[in-house]
Design a protein around this ligand. Structure first.
Ligand code: 13P
Length: 340
């Protein structure tokens, strides 16, 4: 384990103005994203779509890392340059999603667990040879009623995340640790804060026990936000304050960056929340983004699976990257959405 490599890669991903593009949808998930625009999820369409994203000129100022799916890491541009090489040549760090999705946690109805630890060491060795310098593992915590998630469900997921992070660092791969408390459901913002707090507390206890180098990892949490079906939604300011309060209490200052997931928020809301958090002052960690849907949903709408819309798709993507880059400095305003 080389602490200098881990630390410098982690810092590079969240350098000034920069965040992460999560383009690591599994094949079933990208099919779901393609369905509304009536694009067929063929291997070539998936390749072409990811190529459109990562060849967009100018994104290297705002995107420090791109998370790819296994299939995508093995793909190349039309000119035959592997995606990992293309990204590296533009100063963007290539990364790989390594969890194999979630399943019900046995004997704990309602709790979920992420799988994929078996054989992970060998997969990481292969991904590293293919150019991946960081990885991502997502666990899912659902808020159901007062009993879900259970304390054991939280601990089990924290342990899996820490096992993954340790395996990554053993190979000099920076782990992005993603414990996602879902926005599904009708829970209040207070309940989200309570659950997110318990989750982060458990995750950092396990990371410590597993000897994970905090300086050589990134945290990818949910924002503290009410469930989508909750009648009372917090204001942008409330979400920002609750999220930063929660991070301040549970995320050690040694972690270089917190890269939030968007989790089903609109692209504009996700940028607004990021901006408001950065306006709350100087934080010990970089407060940044690792958005999937909030960066890509408008791009998919512009592209519609058609080559004729290539320029519009790339223009839309660059705009979202730019606006999130501004939000990294607290310099975004909602009026910029409609400005030319
Ligand atoms: P969203 O931003 O769409 O939540 O995706 C981020 C991600 O990578 C989830 O694992």
């Amino acid at each position: 384990m080389n602490n200098d490599i881990l630390t410098s890669v982690a810092k590079a991903i969240v350098a000034k103005h920069k965040g992460v593009l999560a383009a690591d949808e599994s094949n079933p998930t990208i099919k779901k994203r393609f369905n509304p625009i009536k694009a067929e999820s063929t291997e070539e369409n998936r390749r072409r779509y990811r190529e459109i994203l990562i060849t967009t000129e100018g994104i290297e100022h705002y995107i420090g890392g791109v998370i790819l799916f296994d299939e995508t890491l093995r793909q190349s541009t039309q000119d035959g340059i592997s995606f990992a090489r293309l990204l590296s040549s533009r100063g963007i760090v290539p990364g790989i999603k390594v969890d194999k999705g979630t399943n019900p946690l046995a004997l704990y109805p309602g709790d979920k667990i992420s799988e994929g630890l078996d054989g992970l060491r060998d997969r990481l060795i292969e991904y590293k040879q293919m150019g991946a310098k960081f990885a991502k593992w997502r666990t899912v915590i659902e808020i159901d009623n007062h009993d879900i998630p259970t304390a054991f469900g939280i601990r089990a997921n924290a342990q899996v995340l820490a096992r993954y992070a340790a395996l990554c660092q053993e190979q000099d791969i920076v782990p992005i640790v993603e414990p996602e408390v879902l926005m599904d459901g009708a829970h209040s913002i207070e309940r989200c804060e309570e659950v997110t707090s318990r989750v982060l507390e458990a995750v950092f206890a396990e990371l410590d026990a597993h000897r994970v180098l905090l300086e050589g990892m990134l945290l990818k949490p949910n924002m503290v936000i009410a469930g989508m079906k909750c009648a009372q939604q917090g204001s942008v300011q409330q979400v920002a304050e609750a999220t930063i309060r929660c991070m301040t209490r549970y995320v050690p200052a040694a972690v270089p960056g917190i890269v939030f997931l968007s989790g089903g928020q609109s692209a504009e809301d996700a940028t607004d929340h990021l901006n408001a958090m950065n306006m709350l002052g100087l934080h010990p960690w970089q407060i940044s983004f690792s958005y999937g849907r909030a960066l890509q949903a408008p791009v998919l709408t512009a592209w519609k699976g058609q080559e004729a819309n290539l320029a519009a798709a790339q223009e839309t993507f660059l705009k979202r990257c730019k606006l999130n880059g501004l939000a990294r400095d607290g310099k975004y305003t909602r009026a910029m959405e409609t400005a030319e």
